[in-house]
Design a protein around this ligand. Sequence first.
Ligand SMILES: Cc1cc2nc3c(=O)[nH]c(=O)nc-3n(C[C@H](O)[C@H](O)[C@H](O)COP(=O)(O)OP(=O)(O)OC[C@H]3O[C@@H](n4cnc5c(N)ncnc54)[C@H](O)[C@@H]3O)c2cc1C
Length: 489
Amino acid sequence: MAEAPRKVQVLVVGSGAGGAVTALELARAGLDVCVLEQGSRWKLDEYGRGSLEAMRHLYRRKGMTPILGRVPLGYVEGMCVGGSTEINSGFWHRTPREVLLRWKAQFDVDGATPDELEAHFEWAEDLLGVSTYAGPLPKSSGVFKRGIEAMGWAAQEVPRAAPACKSTNACAAGCPTGSKQGMSRRILPEAEAAGARLLTDCAVQLLLRQGQRVTGVLAVVRRPDGTRELVRIDAEHVFVCAGPTETPALLRRSRIKRHVGDSLRIHPMLKVAAVFPERIDAQDSVLPLLQVKEFWPDISLGGAFFTPGHLAMGLSDNWLENREQMSRYRNMASYYVAVRGSGRGSVRPSLLGDGAPSLRYELSDEDVIHLSKGLARLSTLLLAAGATQVHPTVQGLPSIRSEVEAVRWLDERLPRSGLSLTTVHAFSSCPLGERHDRCALDSFGKVRGFENLHVNDASMLPDSPGVNPQGSVMALARRNAVHFQESLR
Ligand SMILES: Cc1cc2nc3c(=O)[nH]c(=O)nc-3n(C[C@H](O)[C@H](O)[C@H](O)COP(=O)(O)OP(=O)(O)OC[C@H]3O[C@@H](n4cnc5c(N)ncnc54)[C@H](O)[C@@H]3O)c2cc1C
């Protein structure tokens, strides 16, 4: 483990999608860069282990982070070198044109048209080898495709940052073959090769301030023998890339509060398990690779990670009625409805306990309507694909067995009290843009009121992108890093 430096030119807090890109771009420009990462660095042969071990090593709070509200949601994010990119599925989207236009209209974001972002998307796609799946589609994708064709809906196989995917179904436990290009695979090694230092097991507690400048950070370093040391590292510039929940918490702990942590957005997600007459063996292959685009950006339908353990959790909402389905797990696969999320959330640092920030999100009425319609459409699709039963994670709604039962939810609302929702997509807790009345950052990620403090992670997305967010985070982070270097000249 490297020693903490006393002073650096650029400190990057966090090594996920935003932090890794920032470090690479600035190290290549010849700046003295040091990345501080709270989590540990794991070797490839430590990836792909069972869920419990993976959650202990790679996930924040062992994968148990609640988002509170009238409908609580389960949320997870990564805490390791590479952040959430180590445990995500690698699905890749460019920010839709309509979403970028809305960001301009609502937040007055400069420099983020599709043309202006093109080169940054290309840069990331090239480095990560973004591409579609090379082999024949696994069965869980195949049956989904059959349903899409039966419905005649617009859909796509989503490209992924996993160019040589071996279909081990281990995305969520860290890809053990190294095929998925989490930040630990290519971007961070290249940043280190360009001179960036990476200090792991180092949790930044506070930004040190003097007037309109940040002078450095206070951080706790965990040593291999378990002891902890409080260190101070001075810096000329600080990029906070600690992710959508920890970045606003760190800023607020450091008394930087204007429009910080007041506008957390998420993609609320409702899962279903579908039973097919034939063997699917979803537990043995990569998750379903297609997404239905027909209802974008408000509603997207796609495939979820599947193991017998995840299935049991999904069925547990109506366990007594559903438990016998467990024996048919080889004929089952999981799918989801995700909605763009127009409700509002917040992040507040906690002053007690383990320092876990308190996260809140209230589903909007529109969210509930979109989830209901999405469930209707997803269930219809799966039944049209040949599924005999669809089990949603809604308490009191054991299974949907006919298309007529499914379309009911086009016109009726699912009961809020029964919804078991999760999300893995959070953002917008420090929005960027020129609208001073709602944006914490300027259009290029500089914190308003500070000369040398930047945010460059999912927090900066002004609003929900409606598609998997990693591409948007990386393209904007690259754009901001390039803009920063140019401003130094
Ligand atoms: C299970 C899962 C599946 C997903 N699937 C997809 C997908 O298929 N496609 C997609 O586009 N997106 C997906 N996402 C979302 C995507 O991974 C994130 O949007 C993206 O990684 C966010 O980047 P980030 O830099 O904001 O945060 P992260 O990548 O989470 O990185 C933040 C880093 O900061 C570190 N950190 C936090 N606080 C501190 C501190 N105080 N001091 C030092 N370090 C700190 C964390 O440990 C972490 O490593 C998924 C996410 C999850 C969790």
